[in-house]
Design a protein around this ligand. Structure first.
Ligand SMILES: [Cu+2]
Length: 405
């Protein structure tokens, strides 16, 4: 433990007596840190206003945050060398479970597409290990995104090249993450799991995007209820962790429902359809040329909600950001209709109270697929980078108050 103490103290986070102790080999029960000290790996950034401002946001992927720094501390506490974090970036290293963040899966040689969307106040930079992709004249393995920016040109053969299915990286667990380093430490990473080419796998992996629906001339109805649901967003590796962030977060999300449940389902019934450990952001996936007709109901207790799309074609009355587009709690549902004429990945989010609602989870994506893409892509994934502001969930900023930073 001397090494851990030295590392923590070097970052200026208090005295040894306050920082950490390990009483037994059972690290999960004996390890403890104060909330301030484990604050999302902020120790690695030092102290002061800048560190606080960056670390005070829970850096998340698809609602979930896997704190690499907490995993590191746990491994060190269990007696593993502290020098390297590399093993943590692989699945099941030292018996640790897979990250809560999406595990993107494919077999060697299957064509993978990753669509990245960014929400929130930060800049992020998508990076995946072992793979490159083609971007016009350039080969790339990083893609920077500003807030509300989309980068959906990440395509490669799993375990192989961008344009050649000959094995290159091979099977295994490959880390993907935001390359803003403090964001890795505080949760913004996941795994690309490449199975051997002959592995028996499900036809569709759990977080894979659904197959596109609709087509030219067709109308697809989407029934959505905005609801407050508890989501499991982080893991309590270390006692005290949940005191800081809560393992469950009272998220606000769009929940797709069946047409016949749209008007009648109670807030509790809608919430009951959500698995808090696996629920993913809303993804409406259609073929190019489809008319999308959304129906939005508000089952939340107090927040107004709307649905504002990017990229699709519509008259101004269907924008989702006008006063008449807002659905009040218990209010009359709003129907909107858009033409998905442009292939790509498009943000889709609340515009009734965007700072608070989008921070809490009212976002998703429209995915418009061309016939050629539908044939080409075998495994299609959506990764949403976002930050949930800890102050909202720590009670520092009551509902409706201005953003504290
Ligand atoms: Cu980032």
């Amino acid at each position: 433990m001397r090494r851990l103490f030295a590392w923590v103290l070097a970052a200026g986070c208090g005295t040894a007596a306050e920082t950490a102790h390990v009483d037994s080999a059972d690290a999960t029960s004996a390890f403890s840190l104060t909330a301030e000290q484990i604050r999302f790996g902020c120790m690695v950034m030092g102290e002061g206003a800048a560190a606080h401002a960056m670390c005070n946001h829970g850096h998340s992927l698809n609602f979930r945050s896997e704190n690499l720094y907490a995993r590191h501390l746990l491994e060190v506490a269990a007696g593993h060398p502290a020098e390297s974090e590399a093993e943590l970036m692989m699945g099941e290293a030292h018996g640790l479970p897979d990250p809560l963040t999406p595990v993107l899966e494919a077999r060697v040689g299957e064509r993978v597409r990753i669509r990245v969307v960014s929400y929130g106040p930060s800049m992020h930079d998508f990076h995946v290990h072992g793979h490159v992709w083609r971007d016009g004249e350039w080969w790339r393995d990083v893609a920077p995104l500003m807030p509300a920016e989309v980068y959906d040109g990440i395509e490669f053969f799993a375990g192989a090249g961008a344009e050649d299915p000959t094995p290159r990286a091979g099977p295994g667990d490959w880390m993907y993450h935001c390359h803003v380093e403090p964001h890795i430490a505080s949760g913004m990473w996941g795994l690309l799991r490449v199975h051997p080419a002959d592995a028996k796998v499900p036809e569709r992996f759990p977080v894979q995007l659904p197959a596109p629906v609709g087509g030219p001339g067709e109308t697809v109805d989407v029934w959505l209820v905005a609801a407050e649901v508890p989501l499991v967003v982080a893991r309590e590796f270390i006692p005290g962790f949940s005191e800081l962030i809560g393992m469950e977060r009272p998220a606000r999300v769009y929940v797709p429902v069946a047409a016949d449940a749209f008007e009648s389902a109670t807030a509790e019934e809608v919430a009951a359809t959500v698995n808090p450990e696996t629920f993913q952001p809303l993804a409406i996936v259609v073929r190019q040329g489809t008319r999308i007709r959304t129906h939005l109901r508000n089952a939340m207790a107090e927040a107004p909600v709307s649905l504002h799309p990017h990229g699709v074609a519509y008259p101004v009355t269907e924008d989702g950001s006008m006063p008449e587009d807002v659905v009040l709690p218990g209010g009359t549902p709003v129907t909107q209709e858009w033409l998905a004429d442009t292939p790509g990945t498009w943000p889709l989010h609340d515009h009734a109270r965007p700072v608070e609602n989008v921070t809490r989870g009212l976002f998703g994506a429209l995915v418009v697929v061309s016939p050629e893409e539908e044939t080409r892509i075998v495994r299609d994934y959506l990764v949403i980078f976002h930050d949930y502001d800890m102050d909202w969930f720590m009670g520092a900023a009551p509902t409706g108050q201005p953003h504290p930073h």
